[in-house]
Design a protein around this ligand. Structure first.
Ligand SMILES: N[C@@H](CCC(=O)N[C@@H](CS)C(=O)NCC(=O)O)C(=O)O
Length: 221
């Protein structure tokens, strides 16, 4: 049995969405987003105390990109995955891993807006810089989705894949800090992919880390 170790509204939601789409049996173990991730038991699953962590086939895996590649290889090489030698393989790898480029900026913004609860700890400059870097990532996704190739309404010309899940979930986290309105192709694609039942089933049930839908930028002094 596959076990996903998960904190709602974090990168592990990406693995949860993927598992839902793969329709493989799995069990979910949810944790609060706190020092529980530093317990010896959790560190034995994920040595830096991060989610997602996955138990599969008697092994323990961490790193979302590696987990995505492995699950697709095992359960959907030509469906949600794109195997070696297939036309979209290179592009699939690029976008599956681009999700992390976006998520690292969202993690910094989450730290600033959510985790640092005392105002004097926060840095409006860091918030501004990280939001600008999120916008740059949105520009990259917008450019990809706006390239006029007939019949491409997903990141890959060959249709919906784990690349959409990976980047889509990264956008789900990022849009708590940067609105999608200036990126119309991205916003259309995001609305389309998040209408899927697999995404809906990965949403938190009132227990996420974001208390607000949107965290407005702080004004610089
Ligand atoms: N590159 C790693 C990053 C994992 C990561 O940092 N996850 C965050 C949640 S989005 C986490 O577990 N943070 C807990 C912490 O930093 O203590 C991956 O993609 O799995």
């Amino acid at each position: 049995m596959i076990t996903l170790h998960h904190c709602p509204q974090t990168r592990s939601m990406r693995t949860l969405w993927l598992l839902n789409e793969l329709e493989v049996p799995f069990q979910l173990r949810s944790y609060p987003f706190d020092r529980t991730l530093r317990s010896p038991e959790f560190l034995s699953l994920s040595p830096a105390g991060r989610v997602p962590a996955l138990e599969i086939e008697g092994e323990r895996m961490f790193e979302t990109g590696a987990i995505t590649e492995y699950l697709c290889e095992r359960f959907s090489p030509d469906g949600l995955g794109r195997g070696p030698g297939t036309p979209d393989r290179m592009t699939w790898l690029v976008w599956v891993h681009f999700a992390e480029t976006l998520s690292q900026h969202t993690a910094a913004l989450t730290q600033q807006h959510v985790a640092l609860f005392e105002d004097h700890m926060r840095s409006p400059i860091v918030m501004k810089l990280e939001a600008a870097r999120v916008r740059k990532c949105f520009d990259a996704i917008e450019a990809r989705l706006s390239t006029p190739i007939e019949n491409r309404d997903h990141l890959l010309t060959s249709g919906f894949s784990a690349a959409d899940i990976s980047v889509g979930q990264a956008v789900y986290m990022a849009q708590h800090f940067v609105a999608l309105q200036d990126h119309p192709a991205l916003a259309d694609w995001y609305a389309r992919i998040t209408a899927r039942a697999g995404f809906e089933a990965a949403l938190p049930r009132g227990d996420g880390i974001y208390a607000q839908d949107f965290y407005p930028p702080w004004p610089l002094e």
